[in-house]
Design a protein around this ligand. Structure first.
Ligand SMILES: Nc1nc2c([nH]c(=O)n2[C@@H]2O[C@H](COP(=O)(O)OP(=O)(O)OP(=O)(O)O)[C@@H](O)[C@H]2O)c(=O)[nH]1
Ligand SMILES: [Mg+2]
Length: 130
């Protein structure tokens, strides 16, 4: 049995109602697809703490607070994940791909033009309906 990986991913929304997305590097799981930046929740962390740490490390964004938007449990053929999608408008910093990845601010309505991992489908749908 594979262990399910707990992940915190950030839906960061700026004052122009754009959402921050980043492109997964080719060597990563689901490489080449767009994502909401984030990463694994460590054993000693809450999802909000993991989100704050990961967004600093990956995209130079300082998240002050975030709330749970939705949780999705998803089984890829090679990986099982539990994704906590955290939403925040309460952040500072200029977004930058600190791991060499592309980052973009996109209007919600443009999200369907980007390919996300399959687990994200309900999230993109829910953001559009918001
Ligand atoms: N960050 C992020 N991960 C996602 C999303 N959707 C999704 O299925 N995932 C999956 O969740 C896992 C997140 O792992 P990650 O690669 O970001 O983890 P990490 O930052 O800790 O990196 P690491 O693998 O180098 O330790 C990956 O298997 C990834 O494919 C998403 O929107 N954002
Ligand atoms: Mg990551």
């Amino acid at each position: 049995m594979m262990k399910r990986i707990h992940v915190a991913a950030g839906i960061i929304i700026n004052s122009e109602q754009q959402v921050l997305i980043s492109r997964r590097l080719d060597h990563q799981h689901q490489g080449g697809k767009w994502e909401f930046p984030g990463g694994k929740v460590e054993a000693n962390e809450t999802p909000e703490q993991a989100l704050i740490r990961e967004l600093q490390e990956e995209v130079n964004i300082q998240v002050s607070s975030a709330r749970l938007f939705d949780s999705i449990s998803f089984d890829y053929p090679d990986k099982q994940v539990l994704l906590d999608f955290m939403i925040s408008t309460d952040f500072s910093g200029e977004a930058q791909g600190l791991e060499g990845q592309e980052v973009r601010w996109v209007a919600k309505a443009d999200l369907p033009n980007y390919t996300f991992p399959d687990a994200n489908r309900p999230i993109v749908d829910k953001l559009l309906a918001d």
